[in-house]
Write a protein that binds this ligand. Structure first.
Ligand code: PLP
Length: 412
């Protein structure tokens, strides 16, 4: 049986190894486990988050503001840590909105996107003064009606579903029929009426997709986005305050994937800013990112509780799996399951390897942490870690499934 390759831990240079132990912010996995008194956890290293923000600031022109998409990792210490580092927050629910508000982020820099907003979501955003990224004509109607029940004028931006798509994306959210945003053609018609509506129209949200590692695809999408933005601004009854240009910066998860090179993306944005200098003058431009800022800062760690051999396969059975980390199991948007980078955290320099499949404690064949990987020979009590786990972790996982203990988190 051949092994399925994945990026080796040597390529994951964001965490140090000392005396054979993988360290997160200076702590080994068993130390973090003792610190938390928990056998399975996510650890997020704040210095890696800082590096990712710095990389954005280094390459992307300062004219483009950085917003954090809280959905990627809504763990309160992470949100609090990012508050002074970014220019705004994008939220996708009332709960996330409350986190953003309580972080002290100015309300003008918080936007609320996502289809299916309930009346209570809309009302709370209107009361708080948070900008609602409007996903449909019906939602806009409800915003107007609910706004009349409050003392505030609803702040709205129109989320546009353009005709183009973000090529080579993990998730495409525009082009063709989509539940997200209002079709570009309908937006152009709507703009004629927006001045007469009981809302404060702030601008546009043009979000094309997620998890993109190809600079040329992002550059092409930015070219289309700027052209569309200029067309929309020209059709506006008054000058909008802001345009969200989307995001989609990805991180490498799988073998053969390369880190996104932001230099050409930044250079192209600089060129577009010059080209559209007049059309977009005095309008705030925003890029919103989730996983790019936090995913590489996170490790998921769990412990081997059993080692067994079944008809030629060696299994390491751990105390956590899909219930803690659905994305790593391949059941959160992957078409074909691939291994995330995985290591045995307390045997980082051990050279005797063995082919293993690592599984979690759930009675389902979907509960796979690593499929046929060559890893240092491990035993009960050893620490399995999954890299690139700082985004879409606990909150994207079915923690109640089978009722095992929930996973713990720590930012250090
Ligand atoms: C509107 C919007 N903004 C931001 C994001 C965050 O994406 P990512 O974590 O890939 O940056 C998403 C992801 O689905 C999204 O739908």
């Amino acid at each position: 049986m051949s092994s399925i390759s994945s990026p080796r831990h040597e390529q994951m240079s964001q965490f140090k190894v000392e005396q054979g132990q993988l360290l997160a912010a200076g702590y080994s996995m068993s130390e973090i486990s003792q610190l938390l008194n928990r056998p399975a956890f996510y650890v997020y290293d704040r210095s890696v988050i800082n590096q990712q923000v710095a990389s954005f600031r280094q390459h992307i022109p300062a004219r483009v503001k950085l917003h954090y998409a809280v959905k990627a990792n809504p763990y309160w210490p992470v949100v609090e840590h990012l508050k002074p580092l970014v220019d705004g927050f994008d939220v996708a629910s009332q709960k996330e909105m409350l986190l953003a508000l309580q972080s002290g982020m100015p309300v003008a820099n918080i936007s609320f996107a996502g289809p299916g907003k309930g009346d209570s979501d809309i009302l709370s955003a209107i009361i708080a003064g948070v900008t609602l990224n409007v996903e449909s004509l019906g939602e806009l109607q409800r915003i107007c009606t609910l706004g009349a029940q409050t003392r505030n004028t609803p702040q709205v931006a129109l989320r546009v579903n353009p005709a183009f798509e973000l090529k080579a994306s993990g998730m495409k959210m525009t082009g063709g029929a989509k539940p997200f945003g209002i079709d570009e053609e309908q937006v152009l018609q709507l703009l004629a009426d927006i001045a007469g509506m009981p809302v404060k129209f702030r601008g546009f949200h043009i979000y094309c997709g997620s998890q993109n590692l190809k600079p040329e695809s992002l550059i092409e999408a930015h070219q289309h986005t700027f052209a569309l933005a200029a067309k929309l601004v020209a059709a506006c009854p008054y000058r909008p305050e802001m345009i969200n240009l989307g995001g989609g910066f990805g991180i490498p998860y799988f073998a053969g994937e390369r880190r996104l090179d932001l230099a050409p993306v930044g250079a192209s944005l600089q060129q577009l800013l010059q080209q559209y200098d007049t059309e977009l003058a005095n309008i705030e431009l925003v890029i919103e990112l989730g996983r790019y800022l936090v995913a590489e800062a996170g490790l998921y760690a769990c412990q081997v509780v059993d080692k067994k051999h079944s008809r030629g396969t060696t299994y390491l059975v751990c105390n956590g799996g899909l219930n803690h980390h659905l994305a790593n199991s391949g059941n959160f948007g992957q078409v074909i399951r691939k291994n995330y980078p995985v290591a045995i955290a307390n045997r980082m320099v051990q050279t005797d390897l063995e082919l293993v499949t690592i599984v979690g404690p759930l009675c389902t064949p979907l509960d796979i942490l690593a499929d046929r990987m060559n890893l240092p020979q491990a035993d009960v009590g050893d620490w399995v870690v999954v890299y690139q786990s700082g985004a879409y972790g606990p909150t994207a996982s079915p923690q109640d499934f089978l009722g095992h203990r929930p996973v713990s988190e720590i930012l250090i």
